[in-house]
Design a protein around this ligand. Sequence first.
Ligand SMILES: Cc1cc2nc3c(=O)[nH]c(=O)nc-3n(C[C@H](O)[C@H](O)[C@H](O)COP(=O)(O)OP(=O)(O)OC[C@H]3O[C@@H](n4cnc5c(N)ncnc54)[C@H](O)[C@@H]3O)c2cc1C
Length: 327
Amino acid sequence: MMAEAYQTFVEKFPGLVKKDVLLAPYTTFKIGGPADLLVEARNREELVAFVLSARDMNIPITFLGGGSNLLIGDRGIRGLVVRNLTQKIVIMGMKGAMNELKTSGTVYVEADSGVPINKFVRYTVEEGLSGLEMHLGLPGSVGGAVYMNSKWTNPVGYVGDAVYQASILTNSGEVKTVPKRYFQFAYDMSILQKTHELVLSVVFTLKKESKELLWKQANESIAHRRATQPQGVFTAGCIFQNLSESDALTFATPGHSRSAGYLIDSAGFKGKQIGGAVVSSVHANFIVNMGKASASDVLQLISMIKEKVHSQFGVTLKEEIQHMGEF
Ligand SMILES: Cc1cc2nc3c(=O)[nH]c(=O)nc-3n(C[C@H](O)[C@H](O)[C@H](O)COP(=O)(O)OP(=O)(O)OC[C@H]3O[C@@H](n4cnc5c(N)ncnc54)[C@H](O)[C@@H]3O)c2cc1C
């Protein structure tokens, strides 16, 4: 039955559907088996058409942004994987004073969900628009950053803070505009993780600010990343969430630290290797794929870390990365 549906889908979009494609190259971890079907949406119309058609044919759908927060299973993903390469950025409108002297103006900018968030941050900084500058260097797409409510710690800021509204494709196939509050943003959390709706585009509300000041702040984030995170290696960023303030106070973490990386380091994991996966010696909350790691190598490391941190500190670490597909 599914083979027939796949064939119908392939015929509906001639030349656009790839079969049995390894997903590892589409992730920053460079891990993951094949997708039965893969399409790349270059604009919003294609994105909607792929999703609605696959739904009509009862083909399961998985959305891929920049693949930077994922552990995809070694057996890959059944059904259709939609890579989001939508690219449009539009300044929607302005409110308030906008001349050189008065810099209090609010500017609304809309980005397609497939726009790389780092490219979008550069664009806003270059336009002298404040709200996202601390996220310079964040991998992934605008859609993934909204799904995860991605964050920066120094100074603290969440991508969701700057969201004004978004256009989503609901599970009943309707394109709908929803306000920021719809997303129920919290730490590593948005409602999309429950609803699995697709974000098509996002309108951000940003403030006019001096370009020089914004570049200074943005470059400080990049410098902090370079100083604290492993560079030029295959990772999915932090594997675990940091602890909540109340957990850090409740459990006997050294110095009431909230940092998952600090606990993993204190439990002796830096440099611990299983197969091709190793705990980074730069930042213990990063697992590095040395080149040939499998998802199962990473899973084994994750469960060893969870067990030891739990027995040593009483803390149950929660994963930040998303698992996808079959393991
Ligand atoms: C080196 C490195 C540094 C990192 N630094 C940070 C950091 O500072 N802060 C931080 O918070 N994270 C960080 N991350 C994690 C990751 O970059 C973010 O979570 C990022 O926002 C994920 O976006 P993505 O497009 O890659 O999502 P993906 O990994 O592709 O997908 C993540 C989830 O979002 C869903 N999704 C993607 N697009 C859409 C859409 N349009 N609509 C609905 N759902 C969608 C996917 O289905 C999936 O469930 C880092 C990762 C790496 C590799």
